[in-house]
Each structure stands twice: as C-alpha cells, then as structure tokens.
Design a protein around this ligand. Structure first.
Ligand code: SF4
Length: 493
C-alpha cells in the first residue's frame, strides 16, 4: 500500500483524505505560515527530546529508505541503546520511530509531540509503529508519548526532565494495535480504486483531530458551499451546523424560522437574513461616555516558545515583544508611541519599563478584547514586582472597545454574527482592510508572531526590513481602533 505513519493517521481521520493525499494531492490546500511554524516547532522539540535519551545514534533522513533501514539494523546489531528515527518497513508500511529504546527483553517506542497533552490520534500513531515492529518480530514492551509539560517554569538552565512529560500509553494503545489489520484492510480497499474517490460526506471529522487540508475541495469545489454558510455562524457549534447540513440546508437564508438556536445565534441569523444594520444609539453613547481624554489605544504583539529560552518563561506562554500606542487627545490630535524589542533577548523587562514610562496610571487605556492585554500586563506585574503597582494601575484603567459589538449594540450583516475585530473592522472602516492588505510581510498577528520568533536567524538587512514591517503592522492595529471608536461616536450622535 505504501503507507507512512503520517498517512496512516490521515486515513484514521478520513479515508477520503488518505485517498486524496495519495492520488489527487493537487486539490489540497498547501500549509500556511502558521502550519509551517508548527512543523518547525515539532522539529526543534523532536531534536531536543532526543537529549532525554543520551548517547543515541540518529538515522539521518533521506529518500533512500532502504539505506535508512540498513543503518537502523547496523545500530541494532552493534547494541546501540537509543536510536533516533529508527526506520522499519513491513508489508509496504514505513515507520520512523522518534526514539527507539533497545533493551535485553525487547524495545520501547517513544513518540515525541510538541503539544501539551496526549491526544487520541497519537495513540494511533504509536499503534501503527508498534504493529510494524511486532510483525518484524520485536517484542514491544512499552510505548510512550513524550510531550511538553506546560506547567514547567524555566530557571536559569533548561531542565529537560521537567520540560517533557513522558506518558506510558502501552495500555491505551494496545486495542488499537490489535485493530490495525482491520484498518489496513479498509484502507487497502479504498485505495485499490485509483480513479474513484471514497464516497465520504463532510462531517465532524473535517476539523478533528486536525483541520483537514481538503476542506476547500470537499466544501467549496464539490458541494458548492458558499464562503459564508451555516458552517460560519458564530458559536453555532458543529452539532447544529451538521444538523442543518443533514437537513439539506447550507445557505443561511434557508434556515427555518423554527430551528432551535440560542438567542445570539438566532440574532446573527436574523441580521444576515434581513440584511439590516442594527444600531442601539443609547447603548453606544453610554459606552463612549465612559471614555475620558486622553485615550491611550493599546495593542500588544506576543510570541510563544515551546521550549522556553529565558528564565521565568513557561512553554507556550504569551511573551510580549511589541506594542503600539495611539494617544487620542480631546482636540482630535493623535500621538503615536511604539516599542519593539531587540530579538534574541527576553523582551519583557525592557518592554515593561517603556510601557510604564509611556502610559500614565490616570488615563483611559483602550484595548480590543481587553482580556488579552490585561492578562499580559498582569503577568508582567507578577514577574516585575517593583513595577507591579504601576502595571496594575494601567490594567485597572483598561476599557474594552469590543463591548458595543459583543453586546450587539452595533451589528451589520457583514459582521457575520461575530464581534471579532477581523469582522468588525472591515464592516465599519473598509479602507482599513485595504491598508492591512497593502502591508508588506506582516499582515496579521500570526505573521507578527513568527516574524519575531525567527528574526534572530536573519541577516541585518532582512532583519531591518522585518522590523519595519512589524512596526507598520502594530501601528495599523491601534490606528484601526481609533477609527472604530470614531465610527462609534458618529453613529451614537
Ligand atoms: S474535508 Fe472532510 S470529507 Fe473531505 S477529505 Fe477532509 S475530512 Fe474527508
């Protein structure tokens, strides 16, 4: 069948996805920058986890799988205890074991993941490796998933023992190993016809355990599901969405009046159907009146590290490295302040000092979805007790520009029932969306995150360009807030 362990897990998610991967890959959506960053993180974590198993031998990856297997056999014959990327094949199924431990009475499999828990799909990943090894005559005594422990806080030195959790999954994976022959028989059947795709309908499996890269093909190309359909109704949940789909309804206009939904969902549907703009002037005016001048429009950019590089950092915690401030005065003038940390350092201390200089503790600070900005500032306050009072003062003054939209005081059909800035901004200030599209290099939060995380690997010239892109992007974020507030003032008058 020519299956790898990654194809096997794709097939577990959906046999049609497996078929498309093998016979029609051109219809699949290529990975975006965020997916590539996750992949890169996986590589870094995988390499680091090997250090938990010292003095091992690595099988270098090549397209020549026979030589990878021959090298594995050589290491087995010479008594190597740990083999990284140990490579085996049985009956057309190729597996590379992240770490294979060779003991007197058998072998152990270690599957390394950069996530923070054991997910069901990992057990399938382990089971196909176990199956192949058992078929080749190995006694697989234990299987483990090695994942990131997100409660670990780094001290001066990195402790691999604390960073990683090693979870014995032998028992949970065992029934799945027994089930592998049945699964393989099913795969074989669907793959035997190279011309005809398996007849599998869309469903929950399109997003679980991973968002499928054939969604554009299955939803839009094959089923003509529009860009905004029942699958996009904010907070509807996949159960209700599929209920509608199974009733033959994909267009929101076709949702029956008596279909059971929450009040918010029903309102989103109603707004879309009626194509009407809903504005509660009084409520918006009441919100605007809570804001006193000068108004400090604040936005942070943060990044995460699976492997903390600095003291006091937890895996995947949000580390602020940049902010933009637009200061709006009563006479309408705007002042701009910004901060972008140097790369390759812990950006928090220098950021926090500048933030405390830039924002007085007696002014209105405005954020969009303030729980994020508050969370960042409050964590900084814990980390830097000397500045804690100032930081908590700033945090206490934060007001949330999202409130009128979250409370549905201002709704337009093109917000699609959402109050995320992603929908609110183009609905209220379309010109700002064009401004984002014209930005060079960094156009959204995840671009910013990966730009900063990778910056220290760049040459000076490239780095300079990327810093300019980051500054331009973050500046636009707070300018967008100024424009949204302007619009709120206009409609509330
Ligand atoms: S989009 Fe859904 S049905 Fe289509 S291949 Fe992916 S998981 Fe299967």
């Amino acid at each position: 069948m020519n299956l790898s362990k990654s194809l096997y897990t794709k097939g577990i998610q959906c046999q049609k996805l497996l078929w498309l991967k093998k016979y029609k890959p051109s219809v699949l959506t290529p990975p975006n920058a965020a997916a590539l960053a996750v992949f890169e993180t996986g590589n870094v974590v995988g390499d680091l986890a090997c250090e938990l198993f010292p003095d091992g031998k690595e099988i270098a990856f090549s397209r020549d799988y026979d030589s990878m297997m021959a090298q594995t056999q050589e290491y087995l014959d010479s008594g190597v205890r740990y083999i990284y990327e140990a490579t085996f094949a049985y009956d057309g199924i190729l597996v590379m074991v992240d770490v294979l431990e060779v003991k007197a009475d058998g072998v152990c499999i270690y599957e390394v993941k950069s996530s923070t828990s054991v997910k069901d799909i990992y057990l399938h990943d382990v089971s196909i490796q176990s199956y192949v090894l058992q078929k080749l005559g190995f006694n697989v005594s234990h299987s483990y998933v090695v994942h990131i422990n997100n409660t670990y806080v780094r001290d001066e030195a990195l402790s691999l023992e604390e960073l990683f959790s090693v979870v014995d999954v032998t028992e949970e994976a065992s029934p799945l190993v027994d089930g592998v022959p049945r699964v393989l028989a099913e795969f074989e059947e669907s793959l035997s016809d190279k011309e005809r795709e398996p007849d599998i309908d869309i469903g929950k499996h399109c997003n679980k355990p991973y968002e499928c890269d054939a969604k554009d093909y299955c939803f839009k190309v094959q089923r003509d599901i529009p860009d905004y359909s029942v699958f996009n109704i904010f907070n509807l949940g996949s159960k209700k969405q599929l209920e509608l789909y199974e009733m033959g309804i994909v267009n929101i206009q076709d949702i029956p009046e008596d279909f059971t939904m929450t009040q918010k969902q029903a309102q989103a549907v109603q707004n879309y159907k009626s194509n009407a703009v809903h504005i509660e002037k009084k409520a918006i005016a009441a919100f605007v009146d809570t804001l006193t001048y000068p108004i400090y429009h604040l936005d942070f950019e943060t990044f995460q590290q699976a492997v903390p590089q600095f003291k006091g950092i937890k895996p995947f915690m949000q580390i602020p490295f940049q902010y933009s401030l637009h200061i709006e005065h009563e006479d309408g003038t705007l002042e701009h302040k910004e901060f972008l940390a140097e790369d390759g350092i812990d950006p928090r201390e220098v950021l926090v000092r500048r933030l405390c200089e830039d924002i007085p503790t007696n002014v209105t600070v405005l954020a969009y979805n303030m729980s994020f900005e508050k969370g960042v500032i409050e964590k900084l306050a814990l980390r830097y007790p000397a500045l804690s009072e100032t930081l908590l003062g700033i945090s206490a003054n934060i007001k949330d520009l999202m409130v009128p939209f979250a409370k549905k005081s201002y709704v337009t059909p093109s917000m699609n029932g959402s109050y995320s800035i992603k929908y609110v901004l183009p609905a209220l200030v379309p010109a700002m969306s064009d401004a984002y599209a014209e930005l060079d290099g960094v156009q959204n939060g995840s671009d910013a995150m990966s730009a900063y995380a990778t910056m220290s690997k760049l040459e000076a010239q490239e780095k300079k360009k990327l810093r300019e892109s980051l500054l331009a992007y973050c500046k636009l974020d707070t300018l967008a807030m100024v424009e949204v507030l302007k619009k709120l003032r206009e409609v509330s008058e």
